[in-house]
Design a protein around this ligand. Structure first.
Ligand code: C5P
Length: 237
């Protein structure tokens, strides 16, 4: 029997017969504003499971260590069990979202080099912005681990920029989460989907990501389907 270990906003985490493996269920739910805006969107879980699985397959081909093992069904995937490090690691290539707001930088401004930010993963505190001294003070990770996470995040940025550019999308920014496996090794966890990345169409500059839902500027399902379609076409080539 599998037990629900964690119920998140976009996924639930379940135990399996193996202690070192978990089952993730991608939910038909969209949220924004830390859960204040919330809707059931039938079919979203399936799309994100498929997109995330394809991104993890690609990252495997580039030698990036991550938790994904395989897709189990339309809505489920099997992953390595990790203890999630309570950090949201954001990498930005182009100014948008909270970065534009916080620093008054026009959306769409190309950043001369990628900018990495840390947020404390804590819904009750609204995921506050944090720096490396805060991470140290709160004993979230050692200095060496933080250096490793930063290096991994920049490597993953290079891989993802290449992947999305090959399907006509610009990777504006994204959020990653990392976890420690049973050996204490830090690996990429969670998901990489249009929920967690900003993706702009190269030709039209239109958002093909959760901003359509956050800002009410389009239909989430049709843009997520477009991302999935382009990834599948690339796979077929
Ligand atoms: O809102 P903000 O501009 O800080 O978001 C930066 C990137 O991180 C966006 O791609 C957004 O989708 C992602 N993000 C996320 N989960 C959060 C906060 C941001 O996936 N809790």
């Amino acid at each position: 029997m599998s037990e629900v270990l964690y119920l998140g906003k976009a996924k639930s985490v379940h135990s399996t017969e193996k202690e070192n493996e978990l089952r993730l269920v991608y939910l038909d739910q969209a949220t924004a504003l830390n859960g204040k805006k919330k809707d059931e969107i039938i079919g979203k879980g399936q799309l994100n499971n498929s997109i995330s699985s394809e991104v993890f397959r690609y990252l495997s081909s580039k030698g990036v260590a991550h938790h994904w093992i395989k897709q189990l069904s339309e809505n489920e995937q099997l992953v390595k069990a990790v203890t999630i490090i309570p950090l949201e690691v954001v990498v930005r290539n182009i100014a948008a979202g909270s970065f534009s707001k916080r620093f008054g930088i026009k959306e769409g401004t190309i950043l001369p080099k990628p900018i990495l930010e840390f947020y404390y993963k804590d819904d009750a505190l609204d995921d506050p912005f944090m720096n490396e001294d805060h991470i140290d003070y709160l004993d979230i990770a050692t200095k060496e681990e933080v250096a490793f996470i930063k290096e991994q995040a920049f490597t993953i940025n290079d891989c993802l920029k290449e992947l999305f550019s090959s399907i006509g999308l610009t990777l504006v920014d994204f959020k990653l989460e990392f976890g420690r496996d049973s050996d204490g090794r830090i690996i990429l966890a969670d998901e990489v989907t249009p929920d967690t990345c900003r993706l702009w169409d190269d030709k039209t500059n239109k958002s093909l990501d959760k901003d359509v839902y956050r800002k009410d500027i389009g239909d989430l399902m049709s843009v997520y389907k477009e991302v999935e379609k382009r990834l599948n076409e690339r796979k077929g080539e």
